[in-house]
Each structure stands twice: as C-alpha cells, then as structure tokens.
Design a binder for this molecule. Structure first.
Ligand SMILES: N[C@@H](CCC(=O)N[C@@H](CS)C(=O)NCC(=O)O)C(=O)O
Length: 213
C-alpha cells in the first residue's frame, strides 16, 4: 500500500496510526503542503486526488481519499485488530466522537481554509484566534461526550483503541501547534498519554515521519 501524506497532516496521522496498529506495511509518498510549496495543488497530485487533499491510500486498484473512509476500508479488509467496537451502540459512539473532530473541528483549520481567510483580509493573529476557538469548542464537546459516556479509560471507549482515539490524538497535536491550553480537558490528556505509549501511535507521530524537518 501507498499512503500519500505529509508529516504534519493530522488527517494523514489518523491513517498512519491505523496502518501501524493493524501491522500493515506501507510506503509513504510525501506531498508538501507547506504554504510556500503547495505541492498538493499541482497537476501531478490532482491526478491522484482531484480534491487536492491528503491523505490518499492506494491499495492495488483502489485509490481512496477521506481519512474516515480509509479507516473503515482498512477495518473491512483487515479486521484484526479491530478499530471499531463489536457492540453496535459503542460502534456508533466511536463514529460520533471521530466525526465530531473530522467533520466539525479539523476542516476549520486546514491550510486551504487558513489561506482563504488570509485572502479575505484576516491577519495572522485573527486566523490563530479562529483556530483556537474551533479547537476549544470541539475538544470541550469531546470531553463532555466522554464524561457522559462514562469514560473509564485508558482509551476513549475503554480498553480498546478505536477510530475515536485516532482522531483525538492528532487533534490534540494540532491544539498544541496553535498553543491552545489543554487544562480544561483532563480526560482527553490522559487518553492521549495512554495512546502515545502504544508503538502504533508513537511511530505515527508527525516528528517521526521521514519528511519531518
Ligand atoms: N476530510 C478530509 C480532510 C483532508 C484534509 O483537509 N487534509 C488536509 C491536511 S490535514 C489537506 O490536504 N489540506 C490541504 C488544503 O487545505 O489545501 C479527511 O479526513 O481526509
């Protein structure tokens, strides 16, 4: 398998964790998202993904974008170890948590959105404030959802890692990047700490990627 990604992409980070956890070998193809380069906007990468976004997983004849679709595909094709709970209600909750981040938090701070906000006239401190606002709102919701769901740790849904953890850990990485204080989310910090003790998460960290500076 081939994964088009970028060291600092949190959506690619989700997929790296799943691939590692399932013990799958893959080749990394780095697509440089840095504002000065924007390799993803060029014709070569658009031929891979017309949406000009990463991650993209290539598995034989299949070329698939959208990190959550990729996670579900990996789960279907390589079910062991599972990254979705067997219980229907828990599975729905794992998806709810994952989508809270993937649909409602992460898209508001990706590089294309931030560049467009700059075009609309928002200066850097305003753009950072924008990111911090949506990250804080999303993580507050996530913390409350875990508390209401009776979170007992060590991971979001108890003893097994799920797609919820795969979305949470990269989002906390982004929160740190934008210097969002994490004090209000003690449960999330503990889950992150527990996840990062696992080799699959540790090897997926941005700073451990071959294209990291
Ligand atoms: N919903 C997509 C989001 C993909 C996405 O926005 N990826 C970012 C990197 S984390 C990207 O390619 N950004 C490029 C841009 O915004 O122009 C997914 O989950 O895969």
């Amino acid at each position: 398998m081939k994964l088009y990604g970028y060291w600092r992409s949190s959506a690619a980070y989700r997929v790296r964790i799943a691939l590692n956890l399932k013990g799958l070998d893959y080749e990394t193809v780095s697509v440089n998202l840095a504002p000065a380069v924007r390799e993803h906007r060029g014709a070569a990468f658009r031929a891979v993904n017309p949406q000009a976004r990463i991650p993209v997983l290539v598995d034989g004849e299949l070329t698939l974008s959208q990190s959550l679709a990729i996670l579900e595909y990996l789960e279907d094709k390589y079910p062991e170890p599972p990254i979705l709970p067997a219980n229907r209600e828990a599975r729905a909750f794992a998806r709810q948590l994952a989508l809270t981040i993937a649909c409602d938090v992460h898209p508001l701070q990706n590089s294309g959105v931030l560049l467009y906000l700059a075009e609309l006239g928002l200066v850097e401190p305003q753009r950072v404030r924008w990111c911090r606002h949506w990250i804080a709102e999303g993580l507050t919701t996530f913390e409350k959802l875990l508390a209401d769901g009776g979170a007992s740790g060590p991971y979001c849904l108890g003893g097994d890692v799920t797609i919820a953890d795969m979305c949470l850990v990269p989002q906390i990485y982004n929160a740190r990047r934008f210097e969002v204080p994490l004090d209000d989310w003690p449960t999330l910090r503990v889950v992150e700490e527990n996840c990062l003790k696992l080799e699959a998460f540790d090897r997926a960290r941005p700073e451990r990627q071959p294209d990291a500076p």
